[in-house]
Design a protein around this ligand. Structure first.
Ligand code: HEM
Length: 567
């Protein structure tokens, strides 16, 4: 049979169309993943604590399997509870699964759509992400090693001065996780926040008590994690409510007010950086470097949102402001949470702590403090850090992704527009992957040959844990975070005997129970609530070295043109 070119083309079109139709139908025919039955309109909104969903999500994972589906009002949420499902969808198919369900209040109103963390997958996000990566990739993040070294020495000195303060004084955490400034948590938070402030603005946090910036950063961050928790506002779940007039939509005024508060603070840090750059008065951070490069490209003034339309895609002022905010927010609370959990888990497991001290004494001894080159020689400490991150992931549900197209996984439909959550908590509690998952067992990661492999990168076949998320949205700050955890925790183990408060009646250690969800805050980042710990130098020699090192660091700050510490 002879077929003309036109007939061949027509046949091809018909076959393609039939194929597409068949695919579309089969996609539509696939059932949704199983899940708990909900109410009309409201879905499963009132069946779990939306501010702390991970315990209920684990129960549903155990009941429904690796993928289940719930609805929050109009919002479909697909929860991936096995590493296979999460790796396949969020990493292997990441082209489809890299968007975000940007919360209306947290993103549109509070962030004026400029906060990278919640940006949908698209050009603006790619531009912001590229710039962040140039700062935080494996090579560039190494340049922060000196700051991390110096700031961690200051932290040791602060713990020395702190001693038993948080055991002897009565402290109460604020209703939204506010930490009293003389509590040991503040000592750690000063470290993590100062590191990211240096990175972004080239300025330090040089006080713990009475530092207006430290307070403001945490105040704004805590507010933001609360407003952006999925389910926090009905309007996030029911978009139709966006049409309500102002008098029936109190979240609108609240969101705009919060945006103004954010801009009063973050906007000022941006303009300070700009002034410093224009006056040539030091302050070398991401914002200044970016403004310098932009000015050299002839774009000194670029107010407004988003990026230029040309191929260079220069970020305008507000996008720079909020990209900087994202780095500070994403980098400070998460890292300090990991430190608080490490101390809690080590105190709850004294044998593991003792072994870490013995390893430290054998490798480092008492005549110097640990440094970067010791990392490979402290495999037990590394295993304890990894096990902390597995047992108490700072963000147990990560940051939810969103799928851009209908997709099918294991015969189930994943509808376009669904929020897709990689359930880090359920994966870390999987007894097949991690036998006896609620126990703290650093030996599961222990590699006695001393070869250090963090195995937390995007390689899905080689991962210890999932705290940094997946695929194209994978945490940009992993290298900086791991370096901070190593330098801070190795020096803590080296320099201090830390201990829990004891019950005056029984004499037993008074430690929060890691198995009790109430030990942790709610919100996207789940940190231990404040708990008392005392810090005693391991010997007079250790104490003297810590003091001497603190004095030296002050000279470093001075020679770098930075604010010295005020205590
Ligand atoms: C222990 C510490 C940390 C944890 C547990 C953590 C966790 C996460 C998680 C779960 C995500 C979302 C990943 C996803 O969507 O799949 C994320 C994103 C991000 N992280 Fe981290 N992070 C940590 C430290 C840091 C640090 C130190 C920085 C920077 C200084 C940082 C910067 C970012 C940024 C910029 C994103 C946004 C990625 C995007 O939306 O494209 N993180 N992080």
């Amino acid at each position: 049979m002879d077929i003309s070119t036109n007939e061949l083309a027509a046949l091809t079109v018909v076959l393609l169309a039939t194929g597409m139709l068949f695919y579309a139908n089969s996609t539509r025919r696939a059932p949704l993943p199983p899940g708990p039955r909900g109410l009309p309109l409201l879905g499963n909104l009132f069946q779990f604590d939306v501010m702390r969903p991970y315990p209920q999500y684990l129960k549903w994972a155990q009941k429904y399997g690796p993928v289940f589906s719930v609805k929050l009002g109009g919002q479909r949420i697909i929860v991936l509870n096995s590493s296979e499902a999460a790796d396949e969808l969020l990493a292997t198919r990441s082209k489809l699964y890299s968007s975000r369900e940007s919360p209306h209040v947290g993103f549109d109103l509070v962030s004026d759509q400029q906060r990278m963390l919640f940006m949908p997958y698209g050009r603006e996000w790619k531009i912001a992400r590229k710039n962040v990566h140039s700062l935080l990739g494996p090579g560039p993040s190494k340049q922060m090693g000196k700051t991390q070294d110096l700031e961690s020495r200051v932290m040791l000195h602060d713990l020395l001065c702190h001693g038993e303060t948080s055991i002897t004084e009565e402290f109460v955490e604020g209703p939204r996780g506010e930490v009293p400034e003389r509590h040991w948590f503040s000592v750690v938070r000063r470290y993590t926040t100062s590191v990211v402030m240096m990175l972004v603005y080239g300025r330090r946090i040089h006080r713990i008590v009475g530092d207006p910036e430290l307070h403001k950063v945490y105040d704004l961050m805590s507010n933001f994690t609360h407003v952006s928790q999925p389910g926090r506002y009905m309007v996030d779940a029911l978009p139709v409510l966006r049409w309500l007039p102002d008098m029936l939509a109190p979240w609108r005024a609240e969101g705009r007010k919060t945006h103004k508060r954010e801009m009063d603070f973050w906007g000022k840090l941006f303009s300070d950086s700009r002034t410093a750059f224009l006056n040539g008065t030091g302050l070398n951070g991401f914002v200044q470097s970016y403004l310098r490069a932009r000015t050299e490209a002839g774009l000194e003034d670029l107010p407004g949102n988003g990026a230029t339309e040309d191929a260079a895609g220069w970020m305008r002022d507000k996008l720079i402001t909020y990209t900087a905010v994202t780095i500070v927010e994403a980098g400070s609370d998460t890292t300090s949470t990991a430190v608080f959990s490490f101390v809690l888990l080590m105190l709850s497991n004294p044998d593991a702590l003792q072994r870490a001290k013995e390893e430290m004494d054998a490798v480092v001894g008492s005549s110097r403090m640990p440094d970067w080159e010791d990392e490979d020689k402290l495999p037990w400490l590394t295993a304890c850090i990894k096990e902390t991150l597995r047992r108490a992931p700072p963000a147990p549900l990560g940051i939810p992704h969103k799928v851009d197209e209908d997709d099918v996984y294991n015969g189930y439909l994943i509808p376009k527009g669904s929020t897709v959550i990689g359930n880090i908590w359920a994966i870390h509690m999987d007894p097949v992957r991690y036998p006896d998952p609620t126990a703290f067992k650093p030996e599961r990661f222990y590699n006695p040959d001393g070869k250090l492999n963090w195995a937390s990168g995007p390689d899905t076949h080689n991962r210890d844990h999932y705290i940094f998320g997946w695929g194209r949205r994978f945490c940009s700050g992993k290298y900086l975070a791991e370096a901070s955890m190593f330098i801070v925790l190795s020096r803590l183990i080296w320099g201090f005997d830390f201990y829990a408060a004891s019950d005056p009646q029984t004499g037993k250690a008074r430690l929060p129970d890691v198995n009790d969800v109430d030990t942790f805050t709610d919100g996207l980042v789940t940190a231990p609530k404040i708990y008392p710990v005392g810090f005693k130098p391991r010997s007079e020699k250790h104490a003297e070295m810590i003091k001497a090192s603190y004095r030296e660091v002050q000279n470093d700050w001075q020679s770098m043109g930075l604010a010295g510490d005020e205590r």
